[in-house]
Design a protein around this ligand. Structure first.
Ligand code: GDD
Ligand code: MG
Length: 344
């Protein structure tokens, strides 16, 4: 089974961390996000991953110079210009010569979804596409899906399933027709590719899925497995704390070469290699990337320090602030993005 993984977005909501790094190459605890995604796929029989690239493709090709990622052969499909989600799928699948049932994943989603069971259900159903759904409290910033339950003739373990009766991408707040959203994992037949016009931006969520749903050819499986879209500062932080506190796993929060002063307070925080926390400093619900420095008496809460960023003595960084690579917060300074008016 081959999987096209979409990793070509600009990651605007995670700027400045994504100024020169695609979001899927940002670290999540111990390795880049894409490695978590590909490792999950290897457990479900995926033997080749086609990376659909656009923004800073060299970040991937430099990181995996032998063309494998966690042992899985990669194919790099670099778009000449951003083609949006369906355009990207078509471009990558054609470039990689895909001519059988294949998977598509949004590369910024971390999940424990049972992909093999989903694939088995798709094959048994004869649908042109099957999409995974997850339930969220605020559906309006996702693709919202309604499902018409069917006769249950396809056995899918404990996942419920049915025919997609409606798909609406990012509806206004009070107009979401359900709390089940597109989880960003699809099983598609190659025939779907013929429905995507070549050479222009085509959105799979705004064009392809609504059309397939109207024809009754799109199915969905509802999953309660762990699921998180990491694309906002809050979610990117949560992706890591969920791996520390047992929500998803319990991983080691301090890299071997991290240094933390004995009298510093470090709680639900990841301190990556070469990063340091000085005497009397407090670091909570935070991520310090490689080489980041928190000086004595400083406070970092609900925030992320990029590689080699520095927070000066007694300074405070709070409120989901993202400090970019090499940026310096001066001694006694205060940074709190919650204080900066929303640009709307
Ligand atoms: N190659 C390529 N080209 N990749 C792209 C492009 C493009 O033009 N645009 C976006 N991507 C990639 C992003 O890097 C990301 O991995 C994925 O496609 C989805 O884009 P996002 O920008 O993260 O979309 P979203 O989170 O707002 O919404 C999508 O994901 C939700 C679930 O997480 C939609 O698919 C929603 O329907 C869905 O609910
Ligand atoms: Mg996303």
């Amino acid at each position: 089974m081959q999987a096209v993984v979409l990793v070509g977005g600009l990651g605007t909501r995670l700027r400045p961390l994504t100024a020169d790094t695609p979001k899927q190459m940002l670290p999540v605890v111990d390795r880049p996000m894409i490695e978590h995604v590909v490792a999950h796929l290897t457990g479900h029989g995926v033997t080749r991953v086609v990376l659909s690239l656009g923004f800073h493709p060299e970040a991937f090709t430099n990181a995996y110079p032998d063309g494998t990622c966690v042992g899985v052969p990669l194919h790099y499909a670099v778009e000449p210009e951003p083609l949006d989600t369906a355009g990207a799928v078509r471009f990558a699948a054609v470039a990689a010569g895909i001519d059988e049932t294949f998977l598509v994943l949004n590369g910024d989603v971390l999940t424990d979804l049972d992909v093999s069971t989903m694939v088995a259900g798709h094959r048994a159903s004869g649908a042109m596409g099957t999409i995974a759904l997850t339930e969220v409290d605020d559906p309006s910033r996702y693709g919202v899906v309604t499902v018409a339950p069917d006769d249950g003739s396809v056995e899918l373990g404990d996942m419920t399933q049915g025919r997609v009766s409606g798909f609406v991408e990012k509806p206004p707040h009070d107009e979401a027709p359900s709390r089940w959203i597109n989880a960003g994992t699809y099983v598609l037949e190659p025939a779907v590719l013929d429905r995507i016009e070549a050479g222009r931006r085509v959105s799979i969520e705004r064009e392809v899925f609504p059309a397939l749903a109207a024809e009754g050819r799109l199915r969905a499986v509802c999953s309660e497995a762990y699921w998180l879209d990491t694309g906002t500062p809050e979610a990117y932080l949560q992706a890591q704390t969920d791996l520390l506190d047992g929500t998803r796993a319990r991983m080691e929060p301090l890299a071997a070469t991290a240094s933390v002063a004995e009298d510093a307070v470090v709680d639900r925080a990841v301190v990556m290699s070469g990063a340091s926390v000085g005497s009397g400093a407090t670091v909570c619900d935070a991520v310090l990337m490689e080489g980041a420095v928190v000086e004595a008496g400083a406070v970092v809460r609900h925030s992320v320090l990029g590689p080699d960023a520095r927070v000066g003595r007694r300074a405070e960084v709070t409120g989901r602030s993202l400090i970019g690579r090499g940026q310096v917060v001066g001694d006694d300074a205060r940074v709190d993005v919650a204080l900066i008016p929303d640009e709307g």
